[in-house]
Design a protein around this ligand. Structure first.
Ligand code: NAP
Length: 271
């Protein structure tokens, strides 16, 4: 059983970019299970069709369209399609992203541009289109899916880390500029999420399995991200905006990566 009422988002519409696969798909299912109507968009129509059939089977109303979020005209067309189908657009989750782990010197100019183009400019394109077409007049909630790299150098991820730093910055600026219009903007930085493309590609590149390499000792599930999105788009977080939340089993704050057993007896040597 979830922590929230199943009709929490009844009457609301949520647009999740990249919502046909991985974390985005998990987020869309959590929002749909709590009453939202769902819109998803990405490039591969076969993934969109498969995902739409699954939403249908789960009793979740879904709109989908193909779109490359690097292209503002395509984004505007999809946003207009969502509004035509559902009549509102209350929640935006900027989840779509590209990634291929490689050392910076091996990344081509095109490859670096592609990742920044999808992760950062794509987030800007979709946010702006949704703002102009709906949220500036009606308010809403935006959640950007980032990565837990803030303040760090990140081997094999120079393009993603640079782009996500921009996403975090955009999150704070949009929260400040759009707050007076009733729009909250937050970000989630997922740690290792099991059975996702992101983790599979990284494990292949480094040749080891990452599973559970955090203090909690297990990989997160897509629902773990979906549930935090749900909190962030609900009234329970109505005073929360402009924040980046790491959802990573404490791996980002784990300085020494030691797994120390707690002592069985108190060891207070001062007494
Ligand atoms: P994924 O399954 O590969 O999802 C990425 C989605 O984005 C796909 O549905 C893809 O669909 C879509 N997409 C890519 N380029 C696009 C474009 N130009 N236009 C429109 N859609 C595009 O990856 P994931 O692992 O679930 O990652 C989802 C998000 O979580 C990303 O923002 C990622 O950076 C973040 N994240 C993931 C992890 C993890 O553990 N997996 C950790 C930290 C952060 P098409 O290819 O069909 O376009």
């Amino acid at each position: 059983m979830g922590a929230f009422r199943s009709d929490l988002l009844a009457g609301q519409v949520a647009f999740v970019t990249g919502g046909a696969t991985g974390i985005g798909n998990g987020i869309a299912h959590v929002l749909g299970r709590h009453g939202a109507r769902i819109a998803i968009a990405s490039r591969k129509v076969e993934n969109l069709e498969r995902a739409a059939a699954e939403f249908d089977a789960a009793g979740i109303e879904c709109f989908y369209d193909t779109c490359d979020i690097r292209e503002p005209e395509e984004v505007e067309r999809v946003v207009a399609g969502v509004l035509e189908r559902f009549g509102s657009l209350d929640i935006l989750v900027n989840n779509a992203a590209g990634n291929f782990p490689a050392p910076m010197r091996k990344i081509s100019y095109n490859g670096f541009r592609a990742v920044v183009g999808i992760d950062l400019l794509g987030t800007y394109n979709v946010s702006k289109a949704v703002f102009e077409a709906w949220m500036k007049d009606h308010g809403g909630n935006v959640v950007n899916i980032s990565a837990p790299f803030e303040g760090m150098g990140v081997s094999l991820q120079s393009h993603v880390a640079a782009a996500k730093a921009g996403v975090d910055s955009l999150t704070r600026t949009c929260a400040v500029e759009w707050g007076p219009l009733g729009i909250r903007v937050n970000a989630i930085a997922p740690g290792e999420i099991a059975q996702t493309e992101g983790v599979a590609r990284f494990e292949e590149a480094v040749g080891t399995r990452a599973e559970g390499s955090n203090p909690l000792g297990f990989a997160g599930a897509t629902d773990d991200i979906g549930n935090v999105v749900l909190f962030l788009v609900s009234e329970a977080s109505r005073f929360v905006s402009g924040q980046v939340f790491c959802v990573d089993g404490a791996s980002g704050v784990d300085a020494f990566k030691l797994r120390v057993e707690p002592p069985t007896e108190p060891t207070d040597e001062s007494s």
